[in-house]
Write a protein that binds this ligand. Structure first.
Ligand SMILES: Cc1cc2nc3c(=O)[nH]c(=O)nc-3n(C[C@H](O)[C@H](O)[C@H](O)COP(=O)(O)OP(=O)(O)OC[C@H]3O[C@@H](n4cnc5c(N)ncnc54)[C@H](O)[C@@H]3O)c2cc1C
Length: 303
């Protein structure tokens, strides 16, 4: 006798296809906790199948709301990304390829193409642990939220820290500044360490952007880490502490200590907290060192 992997709900959920943010939020108000907003459904489906959350009676699909799928650039060069855009569309879009190269790289390291054809950037962010978040953090992303009436913008970092988010709001946009690396002004990086080479959940993800003067003085630096169940975060105090300093062996040591102490890693069955902290610190310092050498770091030591 075959055993089903998971129990199908007795009643299949209804799928609603609103065409505006207002209509979607009205449906959410109407169906309350018996409903969920769904974009690609790749994350939600895994949770339902594994019994981590019940399948709700009403799925409010975001796929027919044109305002959630736009990709535009404004007059000051900020890129506006609709949260319902799927990862494969982002990877193929010329604007994103030219202005957000690091984001394209991060998308390409998530799951397999079939999943990326469905998985959305908004869904990745709303899970709070998605692998795109470290990149969006170093791009100073702002996120727009609407309750169907009013929209508010706030820094992604603030939203991640906030405990006041309700499921009666919807992410309506992600706004990033074009990366300086794509304009040839800084060294930027994204690294994902998983349990195997490809098609793997992350153990640690780091992202960063570093701009130096010709003499090796740090002009601007942005660093973040996440991975596994950790909520990704920037190292703002550490960034402030090294900005304006000449990159040196001591500064690299400061960065290593700051990242390993500051990264709020979460252990699971595969890797402990210490391993994750040290890995994040090693990755970030090695990239800063590479930038130092590459950026004419005449004073960079060879080891
Ligand atoms: C085989 C497989 C491999 C995967 N590998 C990775 C990986 O390597 N890295 C990684 O980060 N993730 C991975 N994922 C998880 C998932 O695919 C991604 O996080 C994806 O980007 C989620 O997007 P989605 O559109 O499918 O989200 P959904 O499942 O539709 O939604 C996710 C959450 O976001 C909410 N939501 C979605 N859009 C909005 C919105 N606009 N406003 C408010 N709430 C919203 C939903 O209600 C839900 O709570 C993997 C999944 C699978 C099945």
């Amino acid at each position: 006798m075959s055993v089903p992997l998971y129990q199908l709900p007795e009643q299949q959920p209804s799928v609603w296809q609103p065409t505006s943010v207002e209509e979607a939020m009205q449906l959410k108000q109407q169906w309350g906790d018996n409903s969920v907003l769904i974009s690609g459904g790749t994350w939600l489906r895994t949770r339902w199948e594994n019994g981590l959350s019940p399948t709700p009676q009403h799925l409010i699909s975001l796929g027919s709301i044109p305002a959630l799928s736009g990709l535009t650039i404004d007059t000051v060069g900020h890129v506006h990304i609709g949260p319902a855009c799927c990862l494969s569309d982002l990877m193929e879009n010329e604007l994103i390829r030219q202005r957000c190269g690091l984001l394209v790289q991060a998308c390409s390291e998530i799951a397999a193409p079939s999943v990326r054809n469905l998985a959305s950037i908004g869904g990745n962010v709303v899970t709070r642990t998605g692998d795109l978040i470290p990149v969006l953090l170093v791009m100073d992303a702002q996120v727009g939220w609407s309750d169907g009436q009013k929209e508010r913008m706030l820094p992604l970092e603030e939203w991640l820290e906030s405990k006041h988010f309700t499921s009666y709001e919807m992410m309506t946009k992600i706004v990033v500044r074009a990366s300086e690396q794509d304009m040839g002004k800084s060294h930027a990086f994204y690294l994902k360490v998983g349990r195997r080479e490809a098609f793997t959940p992350s153990v640690v993800t780091v992202a960063g952007s570093l701009r130096m003067d010709a003499d090796g003085t740090i002009v601007a630096i942005a660093l973040s880490a996440g991975g596994g169940s950790a909520i990704p975060a920037r190292f703002t105090e550490l960034e402030d502490a090294v900005t304006g300093k000449l990159l040196s062996k001591e500064v690299l040591q400061t960065l290593h200590k700051g990242v390993s102490e500051g990264f709020e890693a979460v252990a699971d069955d595969y890797a402990g907290v210490d391993y994750r902290k040290i890995t994040a610190a090693n990755l970030i310092v090695s990239e800063c060192y590479k930038a130092w050498r590459k950026g004419g770091g005449a004073y960079a030591p060879r080891s």
